[in-house]
Design a binder for this molecule. Structure first.
Ligand code: ADP
Length: 401
């Protein structure tokens, strides 16, 4: 018996009772010997195994590759693990697979190279790893869900905060508006009230019969200022109602032509500086609308046309009732509005620079716009500063009111 043979026998006896599955294969990959643990692990008898090639112990998908690796191992044998970089499985006799770690070493026997493989069943390790991976992914999933929940909570909080901010801002705006109202009211009421007072004082002094003309002049002044006060008060009232959304629209057939003519008569009675109002009415004298809303808008733009135009100038009003609806234009040759201010005209409290010396609240046009819009219409303006303005109210027919 040669020394090598002795060493091979020694190896066999060392591995025979080892708990670690061990096999020895020759250069062709044929199994030369296997221990009991190896047979137990793979489910073969020793006799069966000794007829097999080591390639057959691998699942089909590893076989071709293994063949090449085995050949290159024989060219430069060394002690190493098998299947580094990928998960290795051994195929059992029943076709099932078992995850394994395989350590390789080699011996020379009679000039021939033998490869010894130590096979360790790592099923438990793999199961633990898979469990861990599953736990990890569940944890990640829970973290993601929790993050999502937190994001939703933060989102809701941000929304609530921004809603609160809007509500606060609204509250502040309302407060600002109320104090603006008080300032405006006290300012706008003072002038007409002092005019009324001074006219009343003067009337008291005009006791002579021949002073009737002077008395009438002051009576007219009182009337006109009371009219101004009434307008301001009704503007305040309309504005408040619009703010609270309590304006209702009541459509009914009205005598539009009559309504406008009567309004103009009232305006004319109060004109003292030679202004002339002309009306051009075309179409049906009746119209279906809410006359409280429309009347307020019409009266406001006519009273503005009178207020913001020069002595003896002409104010032309054209009303057209047609199959398309209603169009009302009020044209004056007054102070006009500068091009850069026109866009603010229908904003509440806005007053143009050239109007600061003329009484007003800056509410009328804003109210008119909202009233006309409630009727499904629009109000627009064309103006040249110093030359005059034309305001147009358009209310299309069949606007489903
Ligand atoms: P008020 O006349 O009480 O100031 P309005 O809302 O009716 O308020 O009008 C807003 C502003 O628009 C006025 O202050 C004035 O500057 C300008 N404006 C309105 N109508 C005319 C007009 N016919 N001609 C020139 N400016 C006008």
């Amino acid at each position: 018996m040669s020394i090598e043979k002795d060493s091979l026998t020694l190896y066999f006896s060392a591995f025979k009772h080892s708990k670690e599955a061990t096999l020895i294969s020759n250069k062709k990959g044929q199994l030369v010997t296997v221990n009991k643990s190896c047979c137990d692990l793979l489910g073969y008898t020793k006799e069966e195994m000794l007829t097999m090639n080591v390639d057959e112990l691998l699942p089909h998908r590893f076989q071709k590759d293994h063949h090449h690796r085995r050949e290159s191992y024989y060219k430069s044998p060394q002690n190493r693990s098998m299947g580094e970089g990928y998960e290795l499985y051994a195929k059992k006799s029943d076709g099932t697979e078992v995850p394994v770690n395989v350590g390789l070493t080699h011996i020379q026997e009679n000039g021939e190279l033998y490869v010894i493989a130590f096979i360790i069943d790592i099923t438990q390790q793999v199961e633990s790893r898979l469990k861990l991976e599953k736990l990890n992914s569940e944890l990640e999933q829970r973290v993601a869900e929790r993050t999502q929940e937190l994001a939703t909570i933060i989102n809701t909080l941000e929304k609530t905060e921004s809603e609160l901010r809007v509500a606060l801002l609204k509250e502040k705006e309302l407060g600002d508006m109320k104090s603006r109202f008080v300032t405006l009211a006290s300012h706008e009421f003072r002038t007409p009230l002092s005019t009324i007072l001074s006219s009343a004082n003067l009337i008291e002094k005009y006791t002579q019969t021949e002073q009737q003309a002077k008395r009438e002049k002051h009576i007219n002044r009182i009337k006109s200022n009371v009219g101004n006060l009434t307008t301001i008060l009704s503007d305040f009232l309309s504005f408040e109602k619009l703010q609270n959304g309590v304006i209702t629209v009541n459509i009914e057939e009205i005598e539009l032509k009559n309504f406008i003519e009567n309004s103009l008569d009232e305006f004319k009675q109060n004109i003292v500086d030679g202004k002339v109002i002309k009306l051009d009415y075309t179409g049906d004298s009746c119209y279906k609308t809410d006359i409280t809303l429309l009347g307020n808008a019409i009266n406001n733009i006519i009273s503005n046309a009178i207020k913001y135009s020069r002595e003896n100038s002409e104010i032309s009003i054209s009303v057209t009732v047609s199959e398309y609806g209603l169009e009302i234009q009020v044209k004056d040759n007054g102070i006009g509005i500068s091009a850069d201010e026109v866009k603010y005209l229908f904003t509440q409290f806005f007053r143009a620079k050239n109007a600061t010396n003329i009484q007003g609240t800056g509410l009328g046009l804003n109210i008119s716009r909202q009233f006309v819009e409630l009727l499904g219409g629009t109000i627009s303006v064309q103006s040249i500063e110093g030359k005059g303005s034309t305001f147009t109210i358009t209310i299309p027919k069949n606007n489903e009111l």
